[in-house]
Design a protein around this ligand. Sequence first.
Ligand SMILES: NC(=O)c1ccc[n+]([C@@H]2O[C@H](COP(=O)([O-])OP(=O)(O)OC[C@H]3O[C@@H](n4cnc5c(N)ncnc54)[C@H](O)[C@@H]3O)[C@@H](O)[C@H]2O)c1
Ligand SMILES: [Zn+2]
Ligand SMILES: [Zn+2]
Length: 371
Amino acid sequence: MEGTRTRIRAAVLSRPRDPVRVEELDLEPPGPGEVLVRLAASGVCHSDLHQADGDWDDPGPMVLGHEGAGHVEAVGPDVSVPAVGDLVALNWFYPCGGCHGCRAGRPWECTGTTALADRLPGGRTPLRRPDGTEVLPMLALGTFAERAVVPARAAVPVPPEVPAEVAALIGCAVTTGVMAVLRAAAVPAGSSVVVIGLGGVGLSAVMGAALAGAATIVAVDRVEAKLAPARALGATAAVKAGDTAATKAAIREAAGGRPDVALECIGLPATVELAIDLVGTGGTAVLVGIPPLHDRASFDVGKLIDRSARIIGANYGWAVPDQDFPRLSRLYLDGRLPVDRLIEGRIGLEDVNQALDALRRGEGLRRVIVF
Ligand SMILES: NC(=O)c1ccc[n+]([C@@H]2O[C@H](COP(=O)([O-])OP(=O)(O)OC[C@H]3O[C@@H](n4cnc5c(N)ncnc54)[C@H](O)[C@@H]3O)[C@@H](O)[C@H]2O)c1
Ligand SMILES: [Zn+2]
Ligand SMILES: [Zn+2]
C-alpha cells in the first residue's frame, strides 16, 4: 500500500447546498506524520449538515464526515503511534503539539492545527478527482470515504473490542457532549442540569450528566420523539420546547428553579439566550451547538453579574482525545455509557443525503455509515 495511490469511493460536496455525490477519488499514500485508515464506521453529525448547507464557509469540493473510526492500514515515515492494525477513533481537531494550548495540556485551544482549514499538516490534501482537481478532507479527516489519510495525531487507538460504530461516535458526539459536562462545566454530583437540543451531542450531554451524578437532568427538544430516549439515558424530566417564554417556565418548573448548568446543544441564538437566561447564581451556561458563521446572541449583563454566572464556549467539550477516547471507550465496555442507544440505524455511503435530510428535520437519532 505504501507509496502507491489508492482509488476510493467517497461522498463529496462540490458546492454548498448541492446534494452530496458518491465519487471515485485518488488517495495519496501517507506522508511523514500521517496514517492511512480504512474506515469502518462514520456517524452523520449536524456539523456535516452545517458544512453541506454552507453555514460556515465554502472552501471547495470536500469529502464530508468527521465522526469516524477504522483500522490503520499503513503509516507514513516517523510514525510510532498508532500502529498498523490498530482500531482508531478519529479526532477532528488534531493538536499541533507545539502551540501554547497544546503545551498547557488544553488541546481544544490548539491554534496550530490545520483541521479547521480542512487540510493536513503543512496544508496539503491527499485527495484528487481523476481529472486532478483537489478535494479537501473535512476537518483533516473526510470520513465519508472508504479510506482516509489523516494526521497520526488525529488517529487515537481505542480498545479493539469496542464496536466500530461506537468508536466513531466517540470521535465526535459522545466526546463533545460528555466532556462538555465533565470537563468544560465540571458538573459536581447533586447539581441540576438542563440540556437543550437532544441530537447525538445533547443526548451525550445527558449521559454525561448522569455519569456526573447530577440530581436533576432536564432534557429539552422541540421534537417529541427525542424525549423518551433522553429519559432512558438518565434525564429526570423532559420538556417539549414551544415558544421561548412557555419553554422557560416549563424548564424552571421541571428543574425546581434555576439550574446550575445549562448546555445549549443546537446552535441557535434564541436557545443560546435561553441557556444564559436560565442559569442561577453561580451557574454556568455551556455553549456547545455551533450557529451559522457570524450569528450573534445577547444577554442581560446586569443579571449575569448579579448571579456571578459564567458563559463557556466548549470546543470539543474541552476534551483531551488521547486520554478521553480510551476512557470513554472503557466506560462503554463497563456498561456505564450506553453509546449504542444513540444509534438510529446503519446506512451505506449512498444514503448520506437522506441522513442529512433527516438531521435537517430533527428526525431520529444518530445514523452511522458502515463500510
Ligand atoms: N462544540 C463542538 O465542538 C461541537 C461538536 C459537534 C457538534 N457541534 C454542534 O452541536 C450541534 C448539535 O449537533 P447534533 O449532531 O447533536 O445535531 P442534531 O441535529 O442531531 O440535534 C439537534 C437537536 O436540536 C433540536 N432542535 C432544533 N431546533 C430546536 C429548537 N428551536 N428548540 C429545541 N430543540 C431544537 C432538534 O430537534 C434536534 O434533536 C450542531 O450545531 C453541531 O454543529 C458542536
Ligand atoms: Zn460532529
Ligand atoms: Zn496546538
